[in-house]
Design a protein around this ligand. Structure first.
Ligand code: 5AD
Ligand code: SF4
Length: 479
């Protein structure tokens, strides 16, 4: 079995060639952009910022790569296989370039930052490289390429949050949207490349966040997911040590931000990701419990159930601390869905340590888990300090044990939902049949049901009648 994510948070599938509509009065420059995204939700959200920046310069977008004048691939570096997938796609676009020499091919995001000029110079795979903080420069970079040069901007910024840019929604369902609240990460988990590719952590002005959520609601959106590598360290007008920067102005922490967003409209559901066990406060949980429209669901990556392993991972908490946070969730937010990320076979992981991960999973019983084999990443603390010494077959076997256990837990939790009546938000048509729709419960369980008169964006009540480990089956009930 390959590494697995039981759910769709990490979007290991790419999202390709999204089309945007120009609004009345907008100028068209005749050029077509094809945008393809890989990796985490933050990348998908960034692609919406990129589409907005280029739309303002008159670009239209296409879903057909053969029509494109500019191809941009928003990339992920988190594990080696994510990078390999992008390299394969780049090879394809290079073939297309031979037939269409004017085609501009660029890479954005984490690989751009990590590999910088290597992709331009040594591998000659691309014309343009733009890191996560350089998207405002894209129109100039494309012009440079049109002028016959290769173009690169991978400067990381201390304050870029794209706060003033109104993202073009590429997701098409018109109901659920991502809203970035922080960029970058200061945590330096020893396995993780993100602090190197996305730079220092910075928070976005809360008023622009609330405004964006308000605009989304007015356009018909009914759910926002507030995004950050570590949402719990969101702070506005405060230093990382918690000191006030400008005493004349108010400060905002994550609990307060959630409260502000929850008040936009009771019909707007709020989700958030990712929470960090070392920073998640009871205040956040109390705000969740207080507002019905803040969904009862927390993604709280544990990575490992063993304190020594967590120390090598530089996660900043022990198993006991993590379990205390789980108990706090269960106490303050009853019926809260909990999901996690787990890495198998990190440097030095013993069989005993792996067993601790298994026992922690049994103690918590996650609704959902995203499970990975450790993949060594260049420049990270782990690469410099530790040996990647768990043999591949051991990593694989441990991963399979973790996945199998999680499958049984997901099934057990789903079975416990049978007979309940849940309010769901309808998100899309089912892939299998246009007579069926897919929605989500507050606790983030996917529910499939016969549509009758229901439309995307409706809230409705369903009775859960059956399930698999991946989804619930329900039927509409009269309200
Ligand atoms: N190897 C395997 N998994 C990793 N993750 C981050 N870096 C690595 C790596 N080097 C996983 C972590 C993180 C999730 C987004 O990806 O579990 O929470
Ligand atoms: Fe990576 Fe850790 Fe930051 Fe998450 S919190 S992005 S795992 S360094």
């Amino acid at each position: 079995m390959q590494e697995n994510s039981l759910g769709d948070k990490t979007m290991d599938e790419s999202r390709q060639g999204e089309a945007i509509q120009l609004q009345d009065g907008e100028k068209v420059n005749g050029k077509k952009l094809y945008l393809e995204s890989y990796g985490c939700a933050m990348n998908f959200s960034d692609s919406e910022v990129v589409a907005s920046i280029l739309r303002d310069k008159g670009y239209t977008t296409t879903r057909d790569e053969r029509e494109a004048d500019v191809v941009l691939i928003n990339t992920c570096s988190i594990r080696d296989n994510a990078e390999q997938r992008v390299r394969n796609r780049l090879a394809n676009f290079n073939k297309a370039k031979r037939e269409k020499p004017g085609l501009v091919v660029g890479i954005l995001g984490c690989m751009a930052e990590r590999l910088k000029k290597q992709l331009l110079e040594e591998e000659k795979m691309v014309d343009l490289v733009a890191g996560p903080d350089a998207y405002r420069d894209l129109p100039n970079l494309i012009e440079e390429v049109d002028g016959g040069q290769k173009a690169v901007n991978v400067l990381l910024s201390r304050d870029e949050t794209y706060a003033d840019i109104s993202p073009v929604r590429l997701d098409q369902n018109g109901v659920t949207a991502f809203v970035s609240i922080t960029r970058g990460c200061d945590n330096m988990c020893s396995f993780c490349v993100v602090p190197f590719t996305r730079g220092r952590e910075r928070s976005r002005d809360p008023h622009t966040i609330v405004q964006e959520c308000q605009d989304l609601f007015e356009k018909g959106y009914r759910e926002v997911t507030l995004l950050g590598q570590n949402v719990d360290s969101y702070r506005w007008n405060m230093t990382s040590k918690g000191e006030v920067k400008d005493p004349e102005k108010p400060t905002t922490n994550f609990a307060q931000l959630m409260e502000m967003v929850a008040q936009v409209n009771p019909k707007l559901r709020i989700r958030f990701s990712t929470s960090h066990p070392k920073d998640m406060t009871d205040d956040v949980l109390h705000v969740m419990a207080k507002h019905k429209n803040i969904c009862n669901y927390i993604h709280l990556p544990v990575q490992s159930g063993n304190s020594e392993n967590l120390k090598r991972m530089n996660r900043g908490y022990t198993r006991e601390w993590y379990m205390d946070r789980i108990h706090a969730i269960k106490r303050i937010v009853p019926n809260c869905g909990i999901s996690t990320d787990i890495i198998s076979g990190f440097c030095g992981e013993t069989e005993e340590e792996h067993k601790d991960t298994i026992s922690l999973m049994k103690e918590v019983k996650y609704d959902l888990a995203y499970m990975y084999k450790y993949s060594e990443r260049p420049k990270t603390l782990a690469e410099r300090k530790f040996e990647d010494d768990v043999p591949e077959e051991v990593k694989q076997r441990r991963l399979e044990e973790i996945i199998n256990l999680q499958l049984s837990h997901s099934l057990e939790i789903n079975q416990a939902q049978i007979g309940k009546v849940e309010e769901i938000l309808v998100e899309k048509e089912s892939r299998r049949s246009t007579d069926q729709m897919v929605g989500r419960t507050d606790r983030n369980h996917k529910v499939i049901f016969d549509r009758k008169d229901k439309k995307i964006g409706d809230y409705c009540l369903v009775k859960i009648t059956d399930c698999t480990s991946g989804s619930l089956i329900g039927e509409l009930v009269e309200e």
